[in-house]
Each structure stands twice: as C-alpha cells, then as structure tokens.
Design a binder for this molecule. Structure first.
Ligand SMILES: NC(=O)c1ccc[n+]([C@@H]2O[C@H](COP(=O)([O-])OP(=O)(O)OC[C@H]3O[C@@H](n4cnc5c(N)ncnc54)[C@H](O)[C@@H]3O)[C@@H](O)[C@H]2O)c1
Length: 331
C-alpha cells in the first residue's frame, strides 16, 4: 500500500520565502496547504492550495491532520516592526504562541518557526553559536526572540519545535523583495552603478533560498524531539567583502564599473554565526556562494526589472495596504 504523503501547513507561505518553499515542498511530494492573508499579493503557482485568511482567525480544528506546521508569517523586517511596534509584538510574539498552542492541541508533530539571526544584535566579531547570548534591543529582534521562547516552552516528546535563526535571505522569488540587503545591493549596482554601504565592516550571515529550502525539508523529515534553536546561513561575510564580490561580478557578467562607498555608520546589528548544529542535527550542507546568488538574481532579472514596483518593498505595502481600523493594532 502506498504511504500517505506527510501533511504540511505553511502559514505565511505566500510571502518571499513561501513563494519558493511552498512549491519546493510540494514538488518533493509533501501534501501542503498555505494559509496567508496575502499582504503583498499571491504569487504562488496555481497548483499550490491556498486559503486567504488571517492566522489570528484560525482555530484548533484548522490544524487537525497536519504532521508539520511551518510558520513564515508575521512582520518580516525592522522597518515594519518600527512602524508599528504594537503590531510587531502581536504578530511576531503573540501569534506564534497562539499557533503553537493550537498546533499542539490538534496533535501536530512538529512546528518549524522562521526566526532570525537578528536576535544576536550587535556582537563583537566572534562566530556565534545557538548557546551564545542573544541580546537585541530593537522591536523586530526582541519579538523574534520572544516568539522562539513561547514556542520552545510548548515543546515536548510529542511536539517538536525547531526555531531556525535565519541569516539575511537572498535570491529570486516570484514574490520578490528588494528590501533585503543582498537583493538591494544587486539592484543598486545594476540601476545606479553604485553600491552605498552603511558600514563595510559589518558582518552578516547570508542565506540563499536554495539552502534554506533544503534545511526546511530536513526539518520536516526529522525525527527530533523537544525544542531546538538552529542557526541557518550559507556563509558569513562582511558587507564590504560582499560588495567587492558583486562589483567583480557586475564587471565580468554585465560589463559595468561599479563604485563602492562606505558611510561608516554605526549599525545596531553585527553578527556571524556557526551552522555546526544544523549540520549535526539536520545534516545541513550549505552549498550556495555569493556568485551563485548573483547568478540566480541575474538569470531572473527580467521578472523584477521594474525596480520601483512597490510590491518589492514590504514597508511601502504595509503602510499603504494594512487598514489600521480593521487591524486595530497600529499606532
Ligand atoms: N527574508 C529574510 O531575510 C528573513 C530572515 C530571517 C527571518 N525571516 C522570517 O521569515 C519569515 C518569512 O519572511 P519573508 O521574507 O518571506 O516575509 P514576507 O513578508 O515576504 O512574507 C510574510 C507572509 O506572511 C503573511 N502574513 C503575515 N502575517 C499574517 C497573518 N496574520 N495572517 C496571514 N498571513 C500573514 C504575509 O501576507 C506574507 O505573505 C518571516 O517570519 C521573517 O521574519 C526572514
């Protein structure tokens, strides 16, 4: 008899990451469903089942029968979180807590939470593992850390929680974002022949979408029990080094001379992370290099060459599209 496909519910699965991850998991044979309020539209292929709904309106019955819940929802960057700290804490801390509670009550086996390396805040250039202190003082980082903690408190031998602390994600997605560090740098190099850096010495872990997808697939397959925090990145780099690599790429493949300027501003985020735990627990083997990511962006350029399209910038869409009276969470 054919084994039934594992059922995966992807919350926020129509966003930048979800628009790549949801069809990826479907192709791998998982029985998936996306629930998303489609704040930025829906760019999923037609065959991906989606229900347009706010996650806060879900009930325990909506989680019944699923093996895994993947949580990709909430406010996904600092500008959104700073625009409405109140909404930020409700969506990034309260909502994961509520989802975790409902999923566990419904008998879901595991929950995978899209957290962020932002929780590490400003570190002093040593490579951080998951057991090093996570100290951030700004709404997005604090709310992601609290989101992790509420979920880990629910984990037990029947309900496993994996919190992926993701580096800055980059690469092409049908729901494109040009407000993410590497994607923005790529767009500026192409359109302005210039890369302006806030501070070239700042460290960031960079996570390509393809490496991200393989890590989520391993998480969905894993037999881990209890709660786990796991760093995810393809590689660590300084922003300056990344800019130099991009300038070389632009010279060779687009015939452009790119100037790089460094504003030497104080950043409140600076971190590089170890992915040894991901390797050990999930057999994670990151493969993407900076060149692979530039190549991925270049090869899909005709799909997002309208660089000023407001859909590519979360804060613009968030400020415009979220009805403050309806959501009643906004300042
Ligand atoms: N993109 C990155 O670089 C990055 C890095 C680290 C962590 N993360 C985290 O990964 C997750 C996904 O990021 P992304 O880049 O795909 O973000 P995104 O903003 O493109 O997608 C988020 C999706 O969630 C949906 N959503 C949010 N709140 C909802 C609600 N209450 N009900 C229904 N749908 C809701 C939105 O409509 C959107 O489609 C986020 O939680 C983000 O914080 C992203």
């Amino acid at each position: 008899m054919k084994k039934e496909a594992e059922k995966v519910l992807i919350l926020g699965g129509a966003g930048y990451i979800g628009a790549v991850l949801s069809p990826y998991l479907m192709e791998k044979g998982y029985d998936i469903k996306v629930i998303d309020a489609c704040w930025f539209g829906n760019y999923l292929p037609e065959e991906v089942p989606i229900e347009k709904k706010d996650i806060l309106d879900l009930e325990i019955a909506d989680f019944e029968g699923y093996d895994t819940v993947i949580f990709l929802a909430g406010l996904s960057n600092d500008p959104m979180a700073e625009f409405s700290p109140r909404a930020n804490f409700i969506y990034n801390t309260g909502m994961p807590a509520y989802v975790g509670f409902m999923a566990r009550e419904a008998g879901v086996k595991r929950l995978v939470f899209a957290s962020s390396c932002s929780v590490y805040g400003y570190t002093h250039n040593s490579t951080f593992t998951e057991s090093d202190p996570a100290v951030s003082n700004y709404p997005y980082g604090v709310s992601k850390l609290q989101g992790e903690q509420t979920l880990l408190a629910l984990a037990d031998e029947n309900f496993s929680v994996i919190c992926f602390r993701q580096g800055t994600v980059c690469g092409y997605s049908p729901r494109m974002r040009l407000d993410l560090a590497i994607n923005t740098m790529f767009k500026n190099a192409l359109s302005l022949n210039e890369i302006q850096l806030s501070n070239a010495k700042i460290w960031r872990p960079v996570l390509g979408l393809s490496d991200l997808c393989s890590a989520y697939e391993s998480a969905v397959k894993s037999s881990l029990n209890g709660g786990h925090i796991i760093n995810l990145s393809s590689f660590n780099t300084t922003i300056g080094e990344l800019a130099r690599e991009l300038a070389t790429y632009m010279q060779v493949f687009h015939g452009k001379n790119i100037s790089i300027s460094d504003n030497k501003l104080q950043d409140y985020r600076n971190y590089k992370v170890s992915t040894e735990k991901a390797a050990e627990l999930l057999d994670y083997k990151p493969a993407q290099t900076a060149m692979d990511i530039f190549q991925d962006l270049s090869s899909h350029l005709n799909r997002f060459a309208d660089f000023d399209n407001e859909h590519y910038y979360n804060i613009r869409m968030f400020q415009k599209r979220i009805n403050p009276e309806q959501v009643h969470l906004m300042n």
